[in-house]
Design a protein around this ligand. Structure first.
Ligand SMILES: [Zn+2]
Length: 450
């Protein structure tokens, strides 16, 4: 057994003992494959099938406990939209039910933006049926299913059960609970669910679990931190229909987030998309170098052939540059920043080149969704303000507003953009001071020449 697998096995055994198995391995991007290959699906000899013990509740019921996992339909049903069949902690259910305006209609772009069709070499894919502007909503969808990211033991195991068998039992029991959940779905939703891709057919996952592990999205607002676990392990996996058809691209052209009031997973364009373009998302963190991305993507049966993966010797250094921006400010950043704001007499000390270079690195590699890109836009806005350049200050405020809209649906008002979040006032002060300094210097020149 290779050392990696042995470590994995120990880890699994400890997790089994603690009753929780993290499927996520620390990413918010997508639910990751947990645990290598389990040789045989089903139960070891002598163990009876598990009788599902997760109770079904009306979400408004006061009966369930905070730490109890319940099966329920959320948000409370309305005539217009089907609810999502969920397995959530009682605490998470209450967070959802008590969200202001919960159950608002799911927004639908008009005219519609996409179709699902054959994607060469990738099965199905999502394609733009019209030009889509950066920031525009492309799709909003009530999920088919929401389940915990962590699997947990649903009954005590006899001491004779090996680690491998224990995992087998956990997977089989989980599958049985999910069967009960799928019975609660509308027939059309159930059929749609079972037609989704499954890249976990031969690793011990049942058919329902396999679809979850292939298609589940995580989102930071679907996390129950009260479970006493980290954000990742306290999280939930969200399985959608159309959005599951979005293929991965390391230079993906959309962002996605969960909108709690409409209880919908949404995707927006992070840059302009042309009619006929494939609409893509990310299955891994795309600032990682090529080798890391490929290792993660292999778990989804994805062999990415995007522009970055085709030429890693060129793309990896650019991604590393973007990653530095994302992780920390560039060298001497604060010092330079202070200089820009205090040394008004020398407005040209404001050097935009490093920031523009970071911006180009993001655009060249299609990383406009990253926080580093937003950081760079915001710093450019401040920098141009410090130079007294109102036109560029506003231009970057506008780009930053589009990023906010695209990444979380947050609308920045025209007034905020016009004032560049208060930065045009800074620019005006700089211009005034510069005018005074120039006048003083002119005065001195006149005196000296007398
Ligand atoms: Zn790629």
């Amino acid at each position: 057994m290779p050392p990696d697998e042995r470590t994995l096995e120990n880890l699994l055994f400890n997790l089994l003992k603690s009753g929780a198995l993290n499927l996520d391995e620390g990413t918010k991007a997508v639910l990751r494959a947990p645990c290598g290959v389990v040789s045989d699906r089903g139960l070891p000899d002598g163990m009876e099938p598990h009788e599902p013990n997760c109770r079904h509740f009306d979400p408004a019921s006061p009966e369930y406990g905070d730490d109890e996992f319940i099966i329920t339909q959320l948000p409370p049903a309305t005539a217009a939209e089907a609810s999502t069949v969920c397995m959530v902690s009682g605490r998470m259910a209450r967070i959802i039910v008590n969200t202001p305006d919960i159950g608002t209609a799911v927004p639908r772009p008009t005219p519609s933006t996409y179709c699902i069709k054959e994607a060469p070499g990738k099965g199905l894919g999502m394609y733009a049926t019209r030009d889509i502007r950066a920031g525009e909503l492309i799709v909003a969808e009530r999920p088919l299913l929401i389940v915990p990211v962590s699997m947990y033991a649903r009954r005590p195991y006899p001491s004779t059960v090996t680690k491998e068998q224990g995992l087998q039992v956990m997977m089989a029991d989980t599958e049985r609970e999910y069967e009960v959940m799928l019975e609660k779905m509308a027939p059309a939703n159930r059929a749609a669910y079972m037609a989704l891709a499954n890249s976990h057919r031969f690793d011990g996952s049942g058919p329902i679990l396999g679809v979850i592990r292939t298609n589940g999205f995580g989102d930071e607002c679907m996390v129950d931190s009260g479970l006493g676990l980290s954000n990742e392990t306290g999280g939930f996996s969200i399985i959608c229909n159309d959005m599951s058809r979005m293929n991965h691209d390391c230079a993906h052209n959309t962002t996605r987030y969960f909108d709690m009031p409409s209880f919908s997973m949404q995707a927006r364009a992070i840059r302009d998309i042309k009619i006929g373009d494939e609409i893509t998302t990310n299955y891994c963190h795309t600032l990682e170098p090529f080798a890391t991305r490929h290792e993660i993507l292999a778990r989804y049966d994805v062999k990415c052939t995007c522009a970055l993966c085709t030429n890693p010797s060129e793309s990896d250094p650019l991604l590393a540059q973007c990653d530095i921006v994302h992780g920390r400010a560039p060298p001497n950043f604060e010092k330079r920043n202070r200089a820009w704001f205090t040394d008004f007499s020398v407005p040209n000390s404001t050097d935009v080149k490093p920031l523009l270079s970071d911006l180009v690195a993001h655009i060249k590699t299609g990383q406009e969704a990253s926080g580093g890109y937003a950081f760079t836009l915001f710093e450019l806005m401040k920098t141009y303000a410090a130079r007294g350049d109102i036109k560029n200050t506003r231009a970057y405020a506008r780009k930053y507003a589009v990023w906010q809209l695209a990444t979380n649906g947050k609308v920045i008002t025209d007034q905020q953009i016009e004032s560049a979040f208060g930065m045009t006032a800074v620019a005006e002060v700089v211009l005034r001071l510069r005018g005074k300094t120039k006048a003083k210097m002119a005065n001195r020149t006149v005196k000296a020449s007398k």
